[in-house]
Ligand binder design. Structure first.
Ligand code: AP5
Ligand code: MG
Ligand code: ZN
Length: 213
């Protein structure tokens, strides 16, 4: 099963993608997590990406495509994957469609986790992220068992550099101009499913399972 997660920054794409990946035994591929891992390790890709990410801007398509396009050929992708944060622009969606078509494959579902902007800023300020395994928590809505420690891998949880309110506002603006058009794109392709992302994490996931099962 090949799934794309759509939705604004902070809508809960990562939270739901992790749950989907566990339940269906497919890899969770997050471009944001891959960039953050590269930033942490100080790779050339990470250094380039950081300057864009910290301003709330998208990493240029060229660099993003270079990063992601061979990921789909890895052995663990044989039964599908859940893509979180990619594609994020029309050129990325077209590059993905072209590469899948060449292999005779297609995306099964594009799931839009719908949350209005007003709710987003609140979520971001309380978010805590695991840079090791991509785990996502919220101090109030989804706390880890032990404060500041990832339930899944035991690593330390951190505040993301791009979760400052001014940067979040910029990310939302970029989302509306460059990423939101993908909702129409996948709607036209007939694979768009929308879920109400303002509900509790478990309820959102139940709605997604009802679509995928
Ligand atoms: P990325 O890491 O993808 O960030 P994003 O899209 O801005 O999304 P977030 O990770 O912030 O939010 P999310 O939807 O995953 O929500 P989460 O589950 O964490 O990308 C970061 C940057 O990298 C981009 O800005 C860009 O610069 C660059 N980049 C990445 N991909 C790129 C690409 N393809 N092209 C170009 N550039 C790219 O949830 C948020 C919080 O809310 C958490 O605290 C969570 O616990 C909580 N929460 C989740 N669900 C609920 C709920 N139902 N109720 C209450 N709280 C909830
Ligand atoms: Mg995320
Ligand atoms: Zn972790």
């Amino acid at each position: 099963m090949k799934i794309i997660m759509l939705g604004a920054p902070g809508a809960g794409k990562g939270t739901q993608a992790k749950l989907i990946a566990e339940r269906y035994g497919i890899p969770h591929i997050s471009t944001g997590d891959i960039f953050r891992a590269n930033i942490k390790a100080g790779t050339p890709l990470g250094v380039k990406a950081k300057s864009f990410i910290d301003q709330g801007l998208l990493v240029p398509d060229e660099l993003t495509l270079e990063l992601i396009m061979d990921r789909f050929s890895a052995a663990d992708c044989a039964d599908g994957y859940v893509l979180d944060g990619f594609p994020r622009t029309l050129p990325q969606a077209e590059a993905l469609a072209k590469s899948l078509l060449e292999k005779g494959e297609a995306i099964d579902f594009a799931i839009d986790v719908d949350v209005p902007d007003e709710r987003i800023v609140n979520r971001m300020s309380g978010r805590r992220a695991c840079l090791k395994c991509g785990g996502t928590y919220h101090v109030k809505y989804n706390p880890p068992a032990v404060d500041g420690v990832c339930d899944a891998c035991g690593a330390e949880l951190v505040l993301r550099d791009d979760d400052k309110p001014e940067t979040v506002a910029k990310r939302l603006e970029v989302y509306h101009s460059l990423t939101q058009p993908l909702i129409e794109y996948y709607g036209n392709a007939g694979i768009l499913k929308t879920v109400d992302g303002t509900q509790d994490v478990d309820k959102v996931f139940a709605d997604i399972m009802a679509i995928l099962d």
